[in-house]
Every structure is written in C-alpha cells, then in structure tokens.
Design a binder for this molecule. Structure first.
Ligand code: KG4
Ligand code: ZN
Length: 353
C-alpha cells in the first residue's frame, strides 16, 4: 500500500510516499523559513505564495524519489487543519485536484494527531535517517510539542484517543520563539535557544513553574512574562522597557544564561507532567513528537526521568513533513474510513483535536 501525504499547514511545503505505514520511500520538503526570518516569524501571505510556487515540484520530487508514479499510489492524504488558512488551502486544493484527475481516494488528516505517527516509520532506504527500531505499541501516550500545540494524548488505537492535557495559552514552541526574540536570537527560536543554552548556566535565573488546576495541563505564557521581567531588571530597566530593545541591553552571558534557564524550566515542566501521566495511565509506549521533540535537552531529561524509554524519530520527521500525514492517512485507508469528497473538501484552520 503506497500513500502520498501532502502537508502545507505552516511554512513547510511537504510531500512524502510511505509504504505499508512504516517504510519511508521519499520525504520532499521545501521551507519558506528563510523568507520569514527577516520578520521574526511566519508571515501567512508569504507562506501561502511559496506553497503555490513549489507544491507541484515537491509532489513530483516525492514520486520520483520513491521511484514510483501515479499508477502505483493507492491513496492521497492531505492536512486539512489546523494551520494557516491560506497555506492549508493550497495543499487541500492540490490534493483534491490530483484525487479527481488521477482517480485516487482522498483522506483529510488532522495535522496535530498526525505528528506522533511519524514515529511509526521504522524503515527507509533514504540516506541519513535515524529511525526508531520498532513501532510504538498501543496504548500509546504521546507528548505533542510544536509551535502551535502542546498536549498529552492517550491513543488506545489510531482513532480512539483522549486528550489528557493541553496548554491553556501559548504552545511551548511558541514560547521558545518569543523568548528567542527577546534575547535577539534568530528565528526559529527552538534551535537557536538550545544552541545558546549550551554556553549558559541553567540555574542562574530561577523562573516560575506553572501551576494549573489539572496536573496535565500546561501554561507557558507566565514563563514567557517572567523571562521578560527578569531581562528588564537585568538590563537595569523598568517594566515599560520594550522587549525589542532588550537584545542591545544584554550581555552575551546574560543571553546564554537566560536561554539555558528558560530551556531548563520549559523542559522540566514537560517532563514532570509526562511522568505523572505515565504513572497514571500506564501506557505500553510513549512517543514524543512535533518540532520541539528535536530538542536534545528534552530528549535527555525524558530518558533520565521516565521509567519507559521514550520513542522519538529523526529530526527531519519531528518538524512538519508529509510522511506523518501519509502514515495516518494509510491507517484511515486500511480501516475503510470515510473518504473526503474531492469536489467538496474544505480546510479547517481551527480544527480541535
Ligand atoms: O512541528 P513544527 O515544525 O510546526 C508546528 O506544527 O508548529 O514545530 C515548529 C516549532 C517551532 O516553534 C520551533 O522553534 C520548534 O518547533 N523547534 C524547537 C527545536 N527545533 C524546532 N524547539 C526546541 N528545540 C529545538 N531543537
Ligand atoms: Zn506541526
């Protein structure tokens, strides 16, 4: 069974071919990230325009790299939401067009739900991938941490799940991106904070840990504000000092130490809530997915503190990709789930999981 997965929810235009839900035959990705860097974040109009330019070449590349053609593709899976409206529209309209013209079944996939399914890929002939040795087992606890989402989800099967906890405000990736901006570190903030943190002291600044009514819910906006207040005080300024002027007022060691202290606090929050959920729900496996799962500090703390070895995947499958969409679409195809109408399928930018 060969599934073509198409993903365009944010700034990555991605298409991949996955065989039998576990073998990665191709993984084509074009990112408009460089175009957004000057603005310190993703600009929706620029992202949508970039998707239009590259979506067809990316799909062709995915088929070529997989050494396959339309005849052999069993179904198309596409991200329906959540995400940026203009970006989602390009992926969905393209998938609809191919579904009609190539006579393929079409499946609408939830982007957030798809993230953990990237860890189901455990085989490839493509060079340079470091993949899990085996597929996660159900019940599977998933920590989904990205620029738009932070949640703990218990999957009893691919389509039977409960959201155990989620962020009540900012996503953790968003907090990395915003704190990086305050520190004058380049976008995206996740990798630049973790780079800077390697030279910093994680205990120099003591930042608050969020207290939520539910032990599994998250909050990162208080942490972000605490970082701002400490940085204003460190640069000898008051609460009205604008955050965009902080980078020029901070020393290198202040930047490194705050990057390390922020990362330490964010990681400890994620790990402690995951550990608690693990003890309560006793899953057979635990997977960590989404862009922030690329964070090495998070990986090593999870390994240190959890009684069960967490499963994560290659860095290129942690951030947005078409392969995770193809894996979940493949489960839908195999389970005989309802196909999307290629003449009607609409985007769902605010799709809740
Ligand atoms: O999953 P993803 O590619 O897109 C969304 O669905 O949001 O995640 C992007 C997020 C960004 O906020 C980025 O800063 C964060 O993942 N990220 C990281 C790292 N690499 C990417 N955060 C922490 N450490 C990293 N190494
Ligand atoms: Zn994502």
């Amino acid at each position: 069974m060969l599934i073509l997965g198409i993903e365009t929810s944010c700034d990555e235009t991605a298409a991949a071919v996955v065989q039998d839900g576990s073998i990665l035959l191709s993984n084509a990705i074009a990112s408009s990230m460089d175009l957004h860097k000057a603005f310190g974040g993703v600009v929706p109009e620029i992202a949508a325009r970039s998707h239009i330019e590259v979506i067809n070449p990316i799909i062709k590349q995915a088929l070529d790299e997989a050494k396959t053609g339309w005849d052999d593709i069993d179904a198309i899976a596409v991200t329906q939401g959540p995400g940026l409206g203009g970006s989602l529209l390009i992926g969905v309209l393209t998938a609809r067009t191919y579904a009609i013209t190539k006579h393929k079944p079409l499946y609408a996939v939830d982007h957030v739900m798809a993230h953990p399914f990237a860890t189901f890929i455990n085989e490839t002939n493509l060079a340079g991938y470091s993949l899990p040795a085996s597929q996660p087992k159900f019940p599977m606890l998933a920590l989904i941490v990205s620029g738009g989402h932070t949640q703990l989800v218990l999957f009893r099967s691919p389509f039977d799940y409960s959201v155990v906890g989620k962020t009540q405000d900012d996503a953790v990736g968003e907090a990395f991106d915003k704190v990086a901006k305050m520190l004058g570190l380049p976008y995206p903030g996740g990798p630049s904070i973790s780079n800077s943190a390697t030279q910093g002291d994680p205990h120099r600044y003591v930042l608050p840990d969020s207290r939520m009514p539910s032990p599994y819910d998250f909050s990162f906006s208080g942490l972000k504000t605490a970082v701002l207040r400490v940085l204003q005080a460190e640069s000898g300024q008051g609460h009205d000092f604008p955050s965009f002027r902080l980078p020029e007022a901070l020393s290198k060691s202040q930047v490194h130490d705050m990057a390390a202290s922020f990362q330490f606090t964010a990681v400890q929050t994620l790990v402690s809530k995951t550990l608690r959920a693990l003890i309560e729900f006793q899953p057979a496996s635990i997977v960590v997915a989404g862009g922030v799962s690329a964070n090495q500090e998070l990986r090593s703390e999870l390994e240190n503190q959890l009684p069960l070895q967490p499963i994560y995947t290659d860095l290129s499958l942690c951030t947005d990709n078409g392969a995770m969409i193809a894996v979940l679409g493949g489960y839908m195809h195999k389970a005989g789930m309802e196909q999307a109408d290629p003449y009607m399928l609409d985007i769902r930018p605010n799709l809740p999981m």
